[in-house]
Design a protein around this ligand. Sequence first.
Ligand SMILES: O=P(O)(O)OC[C@H]1O[C@](O)(COP(=O)(O)O)[C@@H](O)[C@@H]1O
Length: 268
Amino acid sequence: MRPIDDAPVTRDGKVLVLAYDHGIEHGPVDFDPQPESANPEHVFEVATHPAVTSLAVGKGVAEAYYPSYEDDVSLLAKLNGTSNLWMGEPDSAVNCSVEYAAEELGAESIGFTVYPGTNCEVEMFEEFREVQEKAREYGLPVVMWSYARGQGVKNDTKDDVIAYAARLGLELGADVAKVKYPGSREAMERVNRMAGPTKVIMSGGSKKNDREFLENVKSVIDAGGAGLAVGRNVWQRENPRRILDALEKVIYEEASVDEALQAAPAKA
Ligand SMILES: O=P(O)(O)OC[C@H]1O[C@](O)(COP(=O)(O)O)[C@@H](O)[C@@H]1O
């Protein structure tokens, strides 16, 4: 049984995960462009925007801040993560269980990173199996951060590699596969086909200008993708709610990029 369609973590079948696990994955450097983004409370406030279907954070941030927001934000518990200080083959430490996420944190969905192609792939696939099966017991949808990288991967932005990463989401039982943007609408259509019923969402990436960012999102939606998981392109902006207004138009209202930009003008 796939729990995604009825779950409160989608809106009209679409997905906008606000990602905020960067304190683990990248460290303080990501917060420097907008210092207030280092304060989880600021990002929880941003996550109350109606365009956001869930907020992805690790266990510690969830424990400290989610109790004040559980009525207004849907928690996606990110169960594994590794710091940028780690210099080994890509891997990710499991630092929270599905049981803890569901029973203690109040999570409504689960996030888990898998690096296909790493020398740690066997262990990561096995860890994902445990998480996926336990999440099924709790009826929680699973979002797989599917990032091909490691010694087996020559080019992690190649469309073929991204299509493979999305396919692995289907093969391993993810409800949603989060992949890098493959560069064009055509490439994204193939990525979607490979994933079957697994919803595919694009990873936001480093901060871009409004138009370039929204055009990438628009091509994902036009290609049949479900949406995106985005961190820096929202909370590294001075006015995160403005870009969320524009994303709301593009993702849920089939607006063009021009329409979305007009509805959320820079000097509103
Ligand atoms: O491993 P990478 O590519 O450096 O980025 C990982 C980060 O990107 C995300 O997947 C998405 O966030 P961004 O939109 O800021 O790229 C985060 O969840 C994660 O912390």
